[in-house]
Design a protein around this ligand. Sequence first.
Ligand code: A2P
Length: 308
Amino acid sequence: SATHVLLPSGKRMPLHGFGTWKAERGETKRAVLAALNAGYRHIDCAAVYFNEKEVGQALKEWFATSGVSRSELFVTSKVWNTCHATDDVVSACKQSLSDLGVEYVDLYLVHHPYAWKFHGLPISENNWVLRDDKGDITWADGVTLQDTWRGLEKCVHLRLVRDIGVSNYPAVALMDALQYARIKPAVNQCEAHCYYQRKELRDVCARFGVHLSMYSVLGSGKRGPLQDAVVARIGREIGATPAQVLIAWGLHTGCSVLAKSANAGRIAQNFGAQRVALSAAQLRELDALDRGLMTCNMVEYWAFPSHA
Ligand code: A2P
């Protein structure tokens, strides 16, 4: 099966990527180096993960020691909700490039389809959201998703990024974006896994030629697919771990798949999922696990930041 997808810029994106969401500072550099050593060539980042500087340290060390060139690595970043105004997108992008220590990112995404009030750069734990007296999130009045998209298009023209896309866009927001886009979104990165298979969204993406990238393909490690008995049994049948079964299932859909781990052993194990072959009967069983269960509850993250 395919290992890469061709994006509009002509760059090929590896279908199996390494996720850095929830990688703690202090462990991110080591995790990214472990991922690169295991063979990952696609690293998924975002300003709001608060760890792009550490990713940058890992990349710097890796380039210096491995002899692998920048063009052989695929790096994604995302503009945070507080930087949705057109010019703020460009500033946020430059900040991420500086933190990551790269001259361009391969893919730059709108992190969420929500415009929040600007609250300073660089994005940190102290300014990722501006709350009012009641503790509610403040919105960037009058800033539309079209304004934000113009900012991403500007980043392409400035050669700061190669391809652009969106993240966490439901089908309606994606179809709206296809109306106003001068440069079409290449990718929609969304939560998807065996318990939340997003078949409708996958159909819409396929119909409009937008590549769907699945994050939290392990169900974010909690209450779900990693503990599933069918997944475990299929793993035993083929000598694979549950995480490998879940990643292999995701890759089989033709979508790209992002998996996070901070542990070198699990990182190598996850990368090995590319070699795991599932039979048609096993794929049918995994398809039947769909139950529309989101594990990444953003309300939990945003309303109760102490849970984040
Ligand atoms: P850890 O970082 O300690 O390995 P997702 O990519 O769906 O968000 O899932 C990430 C979660 O899954 C993390 O909690 C991660 O923990 C855990 N995880 C990653 N790889 C494996 C694995 N091979 N086996 C079990 N848990 C894993």
